[in-house]
Design a protein around this ligand. Structure first.
Ligand code: SF4
Length: 227
């Protein structure tokens, strides 16, 4: 629970990020004509760099997170990403060799089918040997994820101890950026990562529809066929 002062500082941070990001997105839109969709998608890299910097500062001033490379407990729970983040991941994957891409699509389909059949906890489709295979384009939710006690993660405790300062700074960046996208009429809401990336990879019209303001651009058919 935040004090009134903390709540007001948090809201001011969101407003500050929103104003800066809206101006940058408007400029990108005006200056890039037909390439506007790609520029708007690339803009998520700025959010991601800011999040990485906030996480690094928090770790250096302490408390130090218990997270280490190769520890992937948090890659077995539901992860969400916004439309521009999803399209950035899809663009990265689409540039991979054809057999790599078809393997990713098969894993995504299987993941979603498992979820539709009731699987509550399964590895993210991008996890291989406990490492993230899309580390450089992973979404904001993964960048802000951290734990002050790996034991809590390993035992699937209902609450994971976290650094509140880091959480607030990360949430302000994420919320302010999402609001900025909406200010320029681009949908930016939370979608389950695996399903949304599959939609972006398999529907050639999805990115263009998103850029024209369609909030259903990342919708998938109700059932996924893995046969
Ligand atoms: S995108 Fe990468 S970091 Fe995020 S849940 Fe998947 S494997 Fe883990």
């Amino acid at each position: 629970m935040l004090s009134a002062d903390e709540q007001s500082a948090f809201e001011e941070s969101i407003a500050r990020v929103r104003a800066l990001a809206t101006r940058a997105l408007q400029r990108a839109n005006q200056e890039n004509g037909e390439n506007g969709a790609n520029e708007a998608i690339s803009f998520t890299a700025q959010l991601h760099r800011s999040l990485d910097s906030v996480a690094a500062q928090a770790a250096s001033s302490g408390p130090v997170p218990d997270c280490k490379a190769g520890c992937a407990h948090c890659c077995h729970v539901r992860v969400e990403a916004t439309e521009p983040e999803v399209f950035r991941i899809a663009q990265h994957l689409a540039a991979q060799p054809a057999d790599t891409l078809s393997g990713v699509v098969a894993r995504l389909r299987q993941h979603i089918a498992n979820a539709q059949n009731g699987a509550m906890r399964q590895p993210c489709s991008f996890l291989a040997e406990d490492r993230c295979t899309i580390y450089h384009v992973r979404p904001a939710a993964c960048r802000k994820a951290h734990s002050l006690s790996v034991l809590h993660c390993a035992t699937q405790a209902p609450e994971i101890p976290q650094n509140l300062r880091l959480l607030l700074d990360a949430e302000a960046l994420m919320a302010g950026t999402a609001l900025a996208y909406r200010d320029v009429h681009l949908p930016a809401s939370a979608h389950e990562l695996n399903a949304a990336v599959l939609a972006a990879l398999t529907d050639a019209s999805a990115q263009e529809r998103w850029y024209h303001g369609d909030p259903t651009a990342l919708a998938l058919p109700l059932r996924i066929d893995v046969s």
